[in-house]
Design a protein around this ligand. Structure first.
Ligand SMILES: Cc1cc2nc3c(=O)[nH]c(=O)nc-3n(C[C@H](O)[C@H](O)[C@H](O)COP(=O)(O)OP(=O)(O)OC[C@H]3O[C@@H](n4cnc5c(N)ncnc54)[C@H](O)[C@@H]3O)c2cc1C
Length: 502
């Protein structure tokens, strides 16, 4: 692809951008992806530092079960993305004791009953959560045109959904806490558990999260969970290969600095002075950033969405390489509760993920890589001035001491490399404005119809990613890419592609 003109420009190569780009290239369209960083994948990628490969952000991976977004993507691209199933999905250390998140639902309900008591309440709570979450996955696959933008899209909504499922919509008006109360499981210990599990999925605690979404977040470990050997970048690379095999192109180190709308084309300028044009544009750049990139004709619309999501979280992340002193068959993901707020964060827990033993693409034999993350107030980190380095060090030291104390097998003395990143790092690195990551926190106040739609009011301009419906986490942004693909085909290329049966 030599000319700077293509049929479609995709801005950003997160999983949202890569999914839509590869699907469109498969239709024979001329697709070019512009990525600002030197590697693709954004928040779900892997980077090299001091001899090791660390994950950028995401570490847990679901979405490959029947009808879920990554399963659909694989079917539509006729490929298999690299991955290995892991089990159990996760371990939680709460009040100093282990709680294992088994995939098997009966085993998990027994484990939750053992830990929290009230077996009858636990059973009812989880049975409802499984039922609601199944429905959410099923209907998210069926409702490509959501939020609906036209009469026709409303009619699709009516046609695609079973009226018998309508009563389930009441769970959109009940918070997770409401449902916990209904089944008598709202104890301080269970609330702590639910809040921290929801923070890593719904980005909001139980009283802010509608059960309709929270059910899917809480049951995340009860679906098939995967590890990608070599890191998540390998999954992104295999989508890139599909894209390139179908004639598409991914260009890295192409930071977009402006987007203008001309009568027939979008004109995109990059930091290295290049100009790219295409009649159809898909942005994987968060809406907060878009408001600063687009020309005057589009600014008000993006500003209104940027203002709508005033609040989002940042992350304090650490990469640590250690001698492998962990037990055999050690679970790869751990949520460790602290009995205090972790210094300079807003969180009482840490999420720790290990590279698989023997994954020598990420660490030499006998060593492991750890990714650690926790939620922070991003704007606070930007306000620090001279105190910034000292605060960062303070949090790093706390985390290493905490791991030494709480993570089985972790030995502070066996740390080979350790470094950290704050929202300031995230903004410099993959340009996320104010270092806001992880998507839009769930809220009882926001209707599902209020989410940023995949289609903008600007002709042939679409959006994907974790600030667009239903984008949260890798499955969410992949689904946003799949949904955008159907819209682009229908509205920009007048071809209604048949959705795969979910
Ligand atoms: C610490 C952390 C842990 C997480 N853990 C999990 C997890 O375990 N499981 C899970 O499923 N999800 C997790 N998430 C969430 C998940 O990673 C993200 O929601 C998802 O990957 C976002 O994908 P995206 O396509 O929206 O955007 P991104 O991945 O943010 O990609 C956007 C891309 O656009 C590029 N870009 C931005 N601006 C420009 C520009 N001006 N010009 C060119 N390119 C630009 C960026 O460089 C980036 O590559 C985590 C997130 C974080 C931060």
């Amino acid at each position: 692809m030599k000319s700077n003109h293509s049929d479609i420009l995709v801005l950003g190569s997160g999983m949202g951008g890569m999914s839509v780009a590869a699907l469109l290239a498969r239709q024979g369209l001329n697709v070019r992806v512009l990525e600002g960083d030197h590697l693709p994948g954004g928040s779900s990628s892997t980077y090299y530092r001091k001899g090791y490969w660390f994950e950028t952000g995401a570490t847990t991976l679901i979405g490959f079960d029947e009808g879920q977004p990554l399963h659909r993507l694989e079917q539509m691209l006729e490929t298999r993305l690299p991955r290995q199933e892991i089990s159990p999905s996760m371990q939680i250390i709460l009040d100093g004791k282990p709680l294992i998140r088994y995939k098997d639902r009966t085993k998990w309900v027994n484990e939750a009953s053992r830990f929290f008591g009230n077996p009858e309440g636990q059973r009812k709570f989880w049975e409802t959560a499984f039922e609601v979450s199944e429905l959410v996955w099923k209907s998210s696959a069926k409702n490509t045109y959501f939020p609906p933008r036209s009469l026709w899209e409303w009619s699709q909504l009516a046609l695609n959904n079973n009226p018998l499922d309508v009563p389930m919509l009441r769970y959109g008006l009940m918070s997770v806490t409401d449902v916990m109360e209904k089944f008598g499981v709202n104890t301080p210990s269970f609330k702590k558990f639910a809040d921290e599990q929801l923070m890593i999925t719904a980005q909001a605690p139980s009283d802010h999260t509608p059960f309709l979404f929270g059910a899917a977040g809480l049951t995340y470990p009860n679906y098939s969970n995967f590890y990608v050997p070599g890191g998540l970048l390998q999954m992104v690379r295999s989508i890139q290969h599909k894209l390139e095999g179908d004639g598409g192109e991914l260009l890295c180190k192409k930071k977009v600095t402006s987007i203008e709308k001309e009568p027939t084309d979008y004109v995109v300028r990059t930091k290295d002075g290049e100009v790219y044009t295409a009649p159809t544009l898909i942005s994987n750049i968060p809406v907060w950033n878009m408001a600063d990139l687009v020309d005057d004709s589009m600014q008000a619309w993006f500003q209104s969405y940027a203002r709508r999501y005033k609040h989002a979280w940042g992350a304090f992340t650490m990469g640590v390489a250690v001698e492998d002193t962990f037990p055999d068959d050690f679970i790869l993901h751990h949520q460790l509760h602290a009995d205090q707020i972790i210094p300079n964060t807003v969180s009482e827990s840490l999420f720790v993920s290990l590279s698989a033993r023997g994954d020598t693409k990420r660490a030499p034999e006998g060593q492991r890589v750890l990714n650690i993350s926790t939620h922070v107030d991003p704007e606070w980190w930007f306000s620090l001035g001279d105190e910034y380095d000292e605060r960062k060090k303070q949090t790093e030291i706390f985390i290493l001491d905490f791991l030494n104390d709480k993570l089985t097998g972790f030995d502070r003395e066996k740390v080979i490399v350790a470094f950290s990143g704050t929202p300031v790092t995230w903004q410099n690195w993959i340009f996320r404005k104010n270092g806001r990551v992880g998507g839009i926190p769930q809220s009882m106040k926001r209707s599902l119809l209020d989410w940023t739609p995949a289609q903008t009011p600007f002709q042939n301009m679409y959006l994907v990613g974790d600030t667009v419906f239903p984008g949260q986490g890798i499955p969410g942004v992949t689904l946003s890419g799949i949904n955008a693909y159907f819209r682009v085909m229908k509205y920009s290329f007048s071809k209604q592609v048949q959705a795969e049966p979910a």
